[in-house]
Design a protein. Structure first.
Length: 102
């Protein structure tokens, strides 16, 4: 009888610990003319995340990477399934000169 109880007790299916979810790092790089924040984030597999892109006065931002999209100053990544990098390039915006004549 003891042997049967011992054997059944050993079939509990594991230690009861839940495995940690897979995470990925989304890092950023940017040049002069603005900022992106935060500079990196750790993201759970299969999720998305956002970054704030802030060009300096007179600059515009072009953002690429992580299959994301820029709407206003918010960059939203695509679904993250691996480490990826967001690159931001800031360049002077178009200057529109308005003149009037009397």
């Amino acid at each position: 009888m003891f042997f049967a109880l011992f054997t059944l007790g050993g079939c509990s299916g594991g230690s009861g610990e839940t495995p940690s979810p897979t995470t990925w790092t989304v890092s950023t790089t940017s040049g002069m003319g603005g900022t992106i924040a935060p500079t990196s984030q750790v993201v759970t597999d299969g999720s998305t995340t956002t970054f704030t892109v802030t060009p300096a006065t007179g600059y515009v931002a072009e953002v690429t990477g992580c299959s994301g999209t820029l709407a206003g100053n918010t960059f939203t990544t695509g679904t993250i399934n691996a480490d990826c990098k967001i690159s931001v390039t800031f360049s002077p915006g178009k200057i529109i000169e308005v003149t009037s004549s009397p």
